[in-house]
Design a protein around this ligand. Structure first.
Ligand code: GTP
Ligand code: MG
Length: 235
């Protein structure tokens, strides 16, 4: 574990909204696979997420509680900005709901050390997959990736995964996605990094459906996402 990092600072950004029972399970798993600082960006969850994180009393875990802002993309931007200010060399983003298994993180990080600027934990490359997702959810995800590949000419197979490692310069590109406050942030970040001509890699992951808590992906979010992709095709 130690010799994997050699003086590089890794910061993991995790957006949370009502994820109390998931986040307390995820954090110990992360500390087993990687030495990192962790920034949790919580949008004032009312289920005790922040209290549960604080009760872990870990010096490497910081929680930012936003009272007046909301949204997955804007939460990730807040976390990335903080990570850059704290001189992170690599920034990981992942969901709190255990869909993104920490066991994949060392191999994703390895790719970053090889020189890739963005590494995507990918469900749609050989060796990757999805466990337990209902058909409707699979169709939405597949359709989203189909559109991004077609309309934005992305060569990547999984453009919507939030399981990622960014180099600092790629994270700075992602920060330019100022208006992408919701799920469209993932697409914008990919688009920016590809446009900057930074090398991107996909590492296979098996995504597991959340067992606890509720999904925050609503029909409104999907509609907003679609409008954003159309807007990007015109830019
Ligand atoms: N801070 C913050 N986090 C959010 C917000 N919306 C979603 N999240 C977090 O972002 C991550 C992804 O959200 P999910 O609801 O799991 O979305 P999803 O994985 O597409 O949907 P499921 O497969 O149904 O879980 C989780 O860690 C959520 O808690 C938000 O508005 N603010
Ligand atoms: Mg999820």
């Amino acid at each position: 574990m130690e010799n994997m990092q050699i003086n590089k600072k890794v910061t993991i950004v995790i957006p949370t909204f009502n994820e109390r029972d998931n986040i307390v399970r995820l954090l110990p798993l992360l500390s087993k696979v990687i030495r990192a600082s962790i920034i949790i960006v919580d949008d004032d969850s009312q289920d005790g997420t922040a209290e549960a994180v604080k009760s872990l009393n870990s010096p490497n875990i910081q929680i930012i509680i936003r009272k007046n802002e909301k949204g997955l993309g804007s939460a990730i931007r807040t976390g990335i900005l903080k990570a850059i200010e704290s001189s992170a060399d690599y920034i990981v983003t992942m969901d709190a709901d255990l869909s993104h298994d920490p066991v994949y993180l060392p191999s994703m990080y390895e790719k970053a050390r090889e020189g890739y600027d963005l590494i995507i934990g990918s469900r749609y490359v050989k060796g990757g997959g999805i466990e337990n997702w209902p058909l409707k959810r699979r169709v939405i995800s597949w359709g989203a990736n189909f559109l991004v590949r077609l309309l934005l000419r992305s060569p990547l197979h999984d453009n919507t995964s939030n399981y990622r490692v960014y180099s600092t310069r790629a994270a700075k590109e992602a920060l330019k996605c100022e208006s992408a406050d919701g799920y469209e942030f993932q697409i914008c970040a990919v688009y920016r990094v590809l446009r900057a001509n930074f090398p991107v890699a996909e590492v296979p992951i098996v995504f597991k459906d959340r067992e606890i808590g509720k999904s925050k992906l609503t029909s409104r979010q999907i509609y907003k996402w679609f409008k954003y992709v159309i807007h990007l095709t015109k830019s």
